[in-house]
Each structure stands twice: as C-alpha cells, then as structure tokens.
Design a protein. Sequence first.
Length: 493
Amino acid sequence: MYLRFVFSKPGISRLVLFLSLAILSACDKQHSTLAPEFHPSEWNPGGDTSIPISNKVRLDLPAANLPPALKTDFHVGKALAQQPWIKAPTATDSRDGLGPVYNARTCMACHVKGGKGSTPNDPETELFSSLIRLSKPGEHKTAGMIAHPAYGDQLQTQSTSLAHQLRHIPSANNIAKDVKPEAYVTINWVDKLIEYPDGSSITLKKPIPEFKNLGYGEFGKDTLISLRTAPAIHGMGLIELIPQQDINAFIDTNDNNQDGISGRPNMAWDSVTQTTVPGRFGLKANKATLDLTIAGAFANDLGISNPLVKSQPCTEQQTACLQAATGNDKNGFELNQSQLDRVIFFNQNLSPVAARNLDKKAVIKGRELFYDTGCQQCHNPSFRTGTSESLPHLANQTIWPYSDFLLHDMGEGLADHRPDFQASGQEWRTPPLWGVGLREQVNGSTALLHDGRANTIEEAILWHGGEAQKIKQAFMTLNKKDRKKLIRFVESI
C-alpha cells in the first residue's frame, strides 16, 4: 500500500500523519492481509467481454460484447480452426495440404473447446495435444535457438504416410513408406514425495518422454528437449491490447527492491517488422505477436504454409518431405491471408468466463491468503487494455488475468534446460490464471504447468522454485484448511 500526504503547515502535517499512522496501525492489527479491497470488476475477468457461467462451460465462445456485424467473421475463423485438413492433392483446394509431417489435423484437436491439452498418464498412450521442442546449444537472433538439423525445432509425430496411418494394423508393415513421422512419443512418470511441515504429504509426478521409431536418425547427446502441453487460448486478444509500458512497470531484472522477484521480458524476433520486441505469448514469452503465434502453429502443428510462415516443417535431411505434394494456391500458400486473418480474429475474441464464488466466506479468505503468501508478485491480478480501432469492444477493459507476462526463474525442478531467445532453461512466462479452475469442466483436461505434470493447483504450487521458492514455502506453512481456501480462490477466478 502506498500513501501520499500533502500538507501546507508543518504542525498540521505532524498531527495528521500521527493520526493516519495510528489508524493504519489499528487496521493492521485487525486485518493483517495485504489484499486490496475487493473490486466488483473481479467478477468479470474479461471486462465486458466476459462470458456468463453456464452448465456447459466452453472457452471457444465469442466475446459477450462482440458486435453482431462481426460474428460472421468469428464463426468463419472458428470453422477454419476446427476443420480437419487433408493430404494434398485432392479435388478441393480449400483444406488440403496437411503435413507431410504434423502433430494434429486441426487446431482445435489440441485446444478442445478452447481449453488445455493433456499429457498421457500411462506409458502406452502416444503423445497428443502436447508436443516436443528440440534444439541444439547456441543462440540465433531470429529463431531464438539453434534448430536440430534433422528434426527442426519441433518434433512432428504424425505423417501423411499410409504406413503411418495404418501403423496399428499388422499387415501395414508391408506397405511402402513415403514420408516418415519424425518419432512416436510416450511418457514415463517419475514420482517425487513432498512433505508439509504439518506432517501431511503429497506425491508429485514428473513426465519423462520416451522416443520410439526415430525416423531420421538419433537426436545426439547435446540435443535439448522440452515437453510442452497445449495451453488454453481464451483472452488472447485482451492480452494483446495490454500497453507494453504497463507490463514494463513490473520489470525488476536485478531485483532492485530485494523482494526475491526479478521478472524480465523475453525479447523475441518479429519477422513482420524485422525487429526485436518484447514477447508476451508462448510458454517462454518467445512469440512476438499473436499473429505470428497462430501462423507458427499452422505451419508447425499442422504443416500448413501461410503468408507469415511460408514452409512446412521439413528439414533439409527430410528429402521425401520436401518433395511431397503441397496444397499451395497460386500465391504459394495453403492457408491464404484472408483465412489466416479470420482465424486470428477468432482467437482474439475468445474471452474469459465470469468468476465464481467470490462472495463465499472460504473464497474471500483464500483471496486474502493469495496476497499474504505473495502469489500476486508474479501473478499480477489486473491490467487495463489500451485503445484499438480494429477491436474497440476489447479496448479500455479492466481485466484480471493474474499474470505479469514476464519471465521468472522457476528453479531446477521446472527447468527444461532449453534457452529460447533471452529466456534461460529455468525461466518461464507467468501463466495467466483466469479460468484455470474450469479446465476439467471444459474438456476433461486436468493438466497444469508447461508439460502437464501437475493435475491440481496444489501440485502446481509445489513445483514452484527459484524466485517462487519463498512463496511456495509460505503456502506450505499454512494449515491444511487455509491451503484449501487459497486453492478455492484460484479455482474461482
């Protein structure tokens, strides 16, 4: 809390200051919480865009205040995001060009109903709605990392090969292979026991990827590997409109205020403007803009070329992939500019769902504990969106994402040891918390953190380290009832 006193006479100044401090001291004894007074706007995390809560929760619905005249563009974009792409060439040129190597046939296969992806819980199920990032040691100004020479910077586990499509049928072994998938991936889990000061305990699990049928040779011992689970995609347009100076206000690279928190931006390459800019999208804030985030997903996840990312994810060592037929139009793209614009518009207008239970006694107490333990130091509660001529209904909104969109060192426990632009192998962007308590209702996913290792908010908190170590310890020293109340608050926002 910051107070400013302006007085004209020294005597009055001392008297009023004394009385003010006395009042504050009395209040402090009654209410030790650091939580600010509850603001009614907290009920609507997306401001006027917020979607009312219902029994059938979805995160792929249009902003509540989307003008009727723009709803057609939204639903066209949604249809493009949902449609399954197919192998080229075909009679239709509107949805062919899948792959030749890819991770999913449709955008929403990984972001079902706009929600989180998942990580397989058993070692037999192949990876889907999660993916593997790859790189080699070193830096690259425009790519952010050095891509693997044979596999690129993302592992594609699917291909248009008939042998791959029929791989679970024994007779398919006799089918001639064309474009091989890069690998099949399953997940093994390693347990980690955590004990609370009060004697209770909980078992955490860490995912370890296992690679089978590598299509283009061994990775090499120096390959950097990171498992990533698809994030929820609501609120992206609102995040896009947060003024950069408001995010910059939370930068404390050298921890000058000595609170143990030293958030900093990742500086990512914007291929459109040919400049390096602060990133705010992606798990490591390594994406410069929402446009590039979506265009990159089309190219890398689906193998669909577009005006911003003009090639499929075939490396020079994947000759069959490079020679495969494409679904390119006369301009050389499988997804044209008009289609890309509509998918971007669809993503911009996916809004958060209204908060729940904020007037319940336990949740009110949980809110106080959220601030008392220091969670808000990285999960900054609120921003105000800036102006926008193209998206005026998203402009000037008070929003509650609970993120500062900066990088923080989260410690060795969460490290992937894979740098990306200026983000180190232990740094991650603070993920927004809005709607996190609804993820299972949306599509059944319980996954949390960058690789889906946590199935509950409690587990996610207990994986925190590095800059968040002190905050995690404050959570752990709470009694069990208070821990549940803090979690209930997070589930409500």
